[in-house]
Design a protein around this ligand. Structure first.
Ligand SMILES: [Zn+2]
Length: 377
């Protein structure tokens, strides 16, 4: 049964807020929920018992305290409920299935080669069809998260532009998936999804940070005071100008953009190789392109630091993971230009952050956040 939250009905509102708190927190207890949500012990207890009955939340034993009493923890039940995340990259689609407690169930990666709308539809739906039927054998799926590059309109719904697909038609992915699978769907920028993967596992204490994902394009998200800087179109960090005179041509049609030097697409084009793997097999040549890529990323990051007061830069993505030398090159330029900054900026390299896993995590949180469908019981 689907029903919308009625905020005038106090029972439903408390149910929704307590559920959302447990989903976000991942491990908590009744006392903490009482203190943090402001609901009375009685309300918290009755909502928690409903959640335990429905199986959405389970209670597990924690460590014993000095008096020998075991703590009891409330955790989202990943054995019964799951979410699917899918990341749409220009070369490869990656799908991750997670329990709602964040546990990894399985992953699927497939090449996106011809880059046409019909190939997109075939690959996208066959990956989802298979993953959903596999997951539903053991768990109920509460949400699907879709991570994509480019602009997303209409409240996390329409994926307007996939610039690598020539015949791309703006697609209301949320509507299509919700019609097809009857599962709540949330569409988000890939870098936000990667950032969510970072935030849920690293708990950055509300510090401002910047996350830069360097793949075939360059994504950029700003996280400030516990929230992402929200916008419809992506912050076009990848197309900020780093070389005005005789700049390299960029796939966006302009010249001298950061992506023309530092993305895998830019490195492939400059080297004349056919694929990123091909240029990687020629270490001496690859090193000079990586040096350039690092130099221009450092330059763009220095400018970004002048605009936003962040203390940490998190770097991730295939290009960064290809060779650690790029980090030295970024740091060299960044440190040289930032000697006079009052606050030190940490540059953190985090391999393995996953946009598909982040999309699944974000979709779970959004699924239980205010005003979304409440139909998991
Ligand atoms: Zn460009």
């Amino acid at each position: 049964m689907n029903c919308y939250i009625d905020n005038h009905n106090p029972k439903q509102k408390s149910y929704q807020e307590v559920t959302e708190y447990i989903i976000r927190k991942r491990k908590t207890n009744r006392r903490e929920i009482e203190a943090e949500t402001g609901y009375s012990w009685g309300t918290v207890s009755s909502v928690v018992s409903l959640l335990l009955d429905s199986g959405l939340v389970e209670e597990i034993d924690g460590e014993s305290n000095p008096h020998g009493r075991k703590a009891r923890w409330l955790v989202p039940n990943g054995k019964k409920f799951a979410a699917i995340g899918i990341d749409l990259n220009s070369d490869v689609f990656t799908l991750t299935a997670l329990g709602i407690d964040g546990s990894l169930l399985f992953e699927d990666k497939r090449k996106f080669e011809k880059k046409t709308m019909s190939e997109f539809n075939l690959l996208f739906y066959s990956m989802l069809d298979e993953a959903i039927s596999k997951t539903e054998k053991e768990r109920k799926i509460v949400s699907i998260g879709v991570s994509c590059q480019g602009a997303i309109c209409d409240d996390h719904s329409i994926f307007t532009n996939f610039s690598f697909v020539e015949d791309w038609k703006a697609t209301d992915i949320k509507k299509e998936l919700e019609n097809r699978y009857k599962i709540f769907t949330f569409v988000e920028h890939d870098t936000h999804c990667v950032a969510e993967d970072y935030v849920t596992d690293n708990k950055p204490n509300g510090d401002n940070f910047l996350i830069v994902r360097v793949v075939s394009g360059i994504g950029f998200s700003i996280y400030s005071h516990g929230k992402f800087f929200e916008r419809i179109a992506p912050v076009d960090f990848g197309h900020t100008v780093v070389e005005h005179v005789n700049g390299e041509p960029c796939h966006c049609g302009a010249t001298g953009c950061l992506e023309a030097y530092s993305s895998s697409t830019g490195i492939i084009r400059r080297s004349g190789a056919k694929t990123f793997e091909e240029i990687k097999r020629n270490p001496s040549k690859f090193e000079s392109y990586l040096n350039d890529a690092g130099y221009y990323l450092g330059l763009a990051l220095v400018n970004a630091r002048r605009l936003f007061d962040f203390r940490t830069i998190v770097l991730t993505g295939d290009v960064i993971e290809a060779d650690a030398k790029i980090i030295d090159s970024i740091k060299r330029f960044f440190d040289e230009r930032n000697r006079n900054l009052m606050e030190e900026v940490k540059i953190v390299f985090l391999p393995g952050l996953s946009a598909s896993s982040g999309a699944a995590k974000l979709s779970i949180v959004e699924r239980f956040a205010s005003n979304n469908l409440l139909n998991a019981e």
